[in-house]
Design a binder for this molecule. Structure first.
Ligand SMILES: C[S@@+](CC[C@H](N)C(=O)[O-])C[C@H]1O[C@@H](n2cnc3c(N)ncnc32)[C@H](O)[C@@H]1O
Length: 296
């Protein structure tokens, strides 16, 4: 399944781009938002795109090349966006977009265990796993029971986290847990039959928690927002699309603080949501929220 950019028109409208502007797409993914900027401002807006996943960068390069969209694409975590801008000799940008989380192609094709619907090694890393770097296998096989429970509770908001951690520890005594399907089986065994009244897959919260932990996604978001705001020119806009409450809370608090200290104005007091048409066509958009601020 190819990735459909979420809140595409709304996000690009919100950025208030203009001829001569510099746009930083902090999560270029499959280049959906970047292509839209190019469609509207081909050659007159400088586009810089980052992604922590090298495969996404290669893919975005092809997509943007095919569409004849000039863009500077860099495989880097947005928590290091200041270093990238420095390397490119850019002092300030006029607009920044963060479209958080995962891309559909990462879920479907990365082979790194993001989806509980594919039997894959349980890595959940944005890039290929490297010796010495954290993976989901490391968490489930080597963290102690309390640490696993706390991770699943805090980052997955899973009320059965203690049960799940106990089941994981029991299973790993016999065999290491190496694949997504092994973990799904453990979750099915540990959770009640009518889990969340059937509205949520048993693995949704636990998989979210592991992914956030492996990539320190909330830490990266906090750092990325602060550095992104620092890099914005006066009147520059920052738009963030988030997909779950933990991310949205961080964005909301960060934006409110900037408004309180008179460093920015909130363009959205309440978040913008996708239209019904969009969620019908793209169920992934269901949980999306868009928040926007403008630097003073
Ligand atoms: C929802 S997708 C973005 C889709 C993109 N806007 C499009 O239209 O194709 C999110 C992307 O952000 C990347 N990502 C997530 N956290 C990141 C981080 N801390 N730094 C850089 N990229 C990150 C993921 O690898 C993924 O490709």
């Amino acid at each position: 399944m190819s990735h459909k950019a979420v809140l595409l028109q709304e996000a690009i409208d919100a950025l208030n781009l203009f001829t001569g502007a510099i746009f930083l797409d902090a999560t270029v993914g499959s280049g959906g938002h970047a292509s839209e900027v190019c469609n509207r401002f081909r050659g007159v807006v400088r586009v810089i795109g980052l992604d922590a996943d090298p495969e996404r960068i290669e893919h975005a390069k092809k997509v943007l090349l095919e569409k004849e969209c000039p863009a500077e694409l860099v495989n880097e975590n947005f928590r290091n966006l200041d270093q990238v801008l420095k390397r490119l000799g850019v002092e300030k940008v006029n607009a920044i977009l963060f479209d958080l989380g995962l891309n559909s192609e990462q879920l479907e094709q990365s082979g790194r265990g993001f989806s509980f619907q594919h039997d894959e090694p349980l890595y959940m890393t944005f890039a290929a796993p490297e010796v010495g770097k954290l993976t989901a296998q490391e968490i489930v096989n080597h963290y102690d029971e309390d640490e696993i429970a706390d991770t699943i509770y805090e980052l997955g908001e899973e009320k059965y986290s203690r049960r799940i951690a106990a089941a994981i520890v029991e299973v790993r005594k016999k065999n290491p847990i190496q694949t997504t399907f092994q973990l799904v089986e453990i979750l099915k065994g540990a959770l009640p039959k009518n889990y969340e009244r059937g509205r949520l897959h048993v693995a949704t919260r636990t998989f979210q928690a592991l992914r956030l932990a492996v990539n320190d996604e909330l830490g990266a978001l906090q750092e990325g927002l602060a550095k992104g705001f620092g890099a914005l020119a006066p009147k520059g806009r920052m738009a963030v699309i988030s997909f779950h409450s933990l991310e949205d809370r961080i964005v909301k608090v960060f934006f409110r603080e900037k408004a309180h200290t008179d460093e920015a104005v909130l363009i959205t007091k309440k978040p913008l949501y996708p239209t019904e048409d969009e969620t019908r066509e793209n169920p992934r958009a269901r949980s999306a929220k868009l928040r926007i601020i403008e630097k003073i």
